[in-house]
Design a binder for this molecule. Sequence first.
Ligand SMILES: NC(=O)c1ccc[n+]([C@@H]2O[C@H](COP(=O)([O-])OP(=O)(O)OC[C@H]3O[C@@H](n4cnc5c(N)ncnc54)[C@H](O)[C@@H]3O)[C@@H](O)[C@H]2O)c1
Length: 404
Amino acid sequence: MRVLILGGDGFCGWPTALHLSARGCEIGIVDNLSRRDIDAELGVQSLTPIEPLGARIEAWREIGGETIDYFPLTLGRDYDELLALIGEWRPDAVVHFAEQRAAPYSMKSSKHKRYTVRNNVCATHDVLAAIVESERDVHLVHLGTMGVYGYGATAGAIPEGYLKVMIESDGVLVEREILHPVSPGSIYHLTKTQDQLLFQFYAKNDSLRITDLHQGIVWGCQTEETRADPRLVNRFDYDGDYGTVLNRFLIQAAVGHPLTIHGSGGQTRAFINIQDTVRCVALALSRPPQAGERVKILNQMTECWRVRDLGGMVARLTGAAVEFVANPRNEASENELAACNQTLIGLGLEPITLEAGLMTDIVEIARAHADRADLSKIPSAATWNAERAAVLAADSAEERLRAV
Ligand SMILES: NC(=O)c1ccc[n+]([C@@H]2O[C@H](COP(=O)([O-])OP(=O)(O)OC[C@H]3O[C@@H](n4cnc5c(N)ncnc54)[C@H](O)[C@@H]3O)[C@@H](O)[C@H]2O)c1
């Protein structure tokens, strides 16, 4: 199978490219390296020392991997080049990771909000329009997020993308299945809800075959293939914008800093290990929907954790202290979350659990590279609105007073 990986230099895209290449797929990567530019903008770098993309691809070939093609395009801008690429490279499938994926980054300023909307929505739409115009039968697999459902009150486990509802028609109650209502918690999440509508339209109007993977927060760093050579190492973000909650706990624990929990830590979120991410993408590619079928939506997550319980687990494993700090996000302080993930489990996914796999990351990544960490970059500085900004300002004024 020929697979074009959009965003193949990123945290999820790079190990997916290697995983599929190792299993006989011919791989092409499209990436404009904007994620590396954002590192420079924020003055941060991956905790793990990542090689330039060309050196990564060369290293893969040197250790016996297949050649990987690279196409430096900006999706959402270079439409004609994308269309020509789909026509000439002839992918059987396109896996779309190429979006600005950090909620805090998307909330930093109006400039960041506008960039995220333009980048993500235009990239997704250009991919869909180009597949149609190319007249090729391409299966599109997109990486969406569990965050589209929101983190409000739920009635039982969140189903996979669609919800059964009863509607009244001429006085008669009729059962329908609709896209699950969305409740985005940031501009980034908002773009993912827009993506869903684009997919729904193109599946209906043009019979495109689309799988949308609603992914949980990805933890871990390395996969079987990225471990094969130090030059293949995956990126590990720990900063306040791109570092997810668990990565920031790990690096804090590694340098002896208390684990900082936003608010009460009662936020419950869905998680998945990076090794499981790449397996899920391969499983999704092996079971495409038929032309004319509705968008296939799978919940790509394996377990749910409350943030303070996650902090407790890392503290137990490392001896770190825990500190509760003001929450920069406008979100419910406590929420329940359960989600159905039966499709991927049914296809044979055997999840790596946090309790079983976390110690590997503490030793292999956080402790091994702790000397590269810039601790000043760990706090999350992007506030969701004026009210949250005032709460954070008051909190840090209090802290300064305590320090004198
Ligand atoms: N990392 C997670 O925890 C997580 C969780 C849920 C969903 N996802 C989704 O998975 C996808 C990949 O996430 P990631 O963590 O690998 O992100 P990432 O930022 O590490 O990778 C995204 C890649 O896409 C590239 N890119 C972005 N916009 C582009 C454009 N317009 N044209 C060409 N290239 C572009 C970037 O340079 C980067 O290499 C995202 O869509 C994200 O929303 C990630």
